[in-house]
Design a protein around this ligand. Sequence first.
Ligand SMILES: NC(=O)c1ccc[n+]([C@@H]2O[C@H](COP(=O)([O-])OP(=O)(O)OC[C@H]3O[C@@H](n4cnc5c(N)ncnc54)[C@H](OP(=O)(O)O)[C@@H]3O)[C@@H](O)[C@H]2O)c1
Length: 300
Amino acid sequence: MKKFLVFGTPGLVGSRFVDLLAAERQPITPEVHEVDITDKTSLLNFFEKKNKSFDAVVNFAAITNVDEIEKERGNEKGLAWQVNVEGAANVADAAKKFDKFLVHISTDFVFSGSKDNPGPYTEDVKLPEDPDEISWYGWTKLMGERKVTEIGGRVAIVRISYPYRAHHTQKMDFARNILSLYDEGKLYPMFTDQIMTPTFIDEAASVIEEICELEKSGTFHLASSNATTAYEFASYLLEKARKVKNVVKKGSLEEFLKTPGRTPKPARGGLDTRKTQKILGMKFKTWQQAVDEFVEQVNG
Ligand SMILES: NC(=O)c1ccc[n+]([C@@H]2O[C@H](COP(=O)([O-])OP(=O)(O)OC[C@H]3O[C@@H](n4cnc5c(N)ncnc54)[C@H](OP(=O)(O)O)[C@@H]3O)[C@@H](O)[C@H]2O)c1
């Protein structure tokens, strides 16, 4: 059974991945004050020191505040570029040097989700060539993917999309945010034209574990097996979790994004997971099945 070194574990996705790992895995989970992935020397020293204690690396570490990162557009000295591109490359370099299998976590925000080129996207579809097509966050994640792929070694790029989980004190996610806004009477209109395939983190965690165990290299999409809209997702979630119907107002992301200064977001986005499911011999949950499980945990 493989043992893991995992970066970014205090975060929303990484912390759940570690929670759900079998205890025998004994993951090593350094926080940023122990190993900053932008510090190549300290990263290599850490790999050297722990070399015998792990076989696979999973990198969840990233700068993820999409609207804040937009203020850094074009700045390759900015924090998002340093962590999401250079830091990702440092981890890939170290993994290759020490011959470890690496899972690098990425996002559906690498795609434009535009009208001319809509999702859900397959794993090998053509990627944007111009940063202006996507958010700066998406661009840094895309450049991170590129660097990691160029460095090579035994690597899986795993893209996820609107990840959510039943509990986490530090960070809100798409699903818990809907519940919390509804409970406070502040739920804003949800978009009927926002195509998405949310990732239930509990399911993604077990798939990432499997990718490591099988050492499957390549690009993988981990998300619901069918697509939805933000409006449909919110309506279903509130019906299941709060037993209310027809409480969600309708909005349009296309209209919302027309206001100057908005951060670009994939309106017609989402990940097509069919190839990943086939390669791994797995059947991913529909978004409705995942919401049902999420609600059981939230209310449980
Ligand atoms: N959340 C989403 O909606 C979403 C959607 C699609 C894909 N993803 C991807 O999924 C992965 C995990 O996202 P998340 O939502 O869990 O992010 P998160 O909650 O923001 O966690 C990111 C983690 O990375 C750590 N980190 C930041 N800079 C670091 C550095 N220089 N060295 C070491 N660690 C560092 C952070 O530590 P501190 O908090 O201590 O700074 C934090 O624990 C990321 O690759 C992200 O791009 C996220």
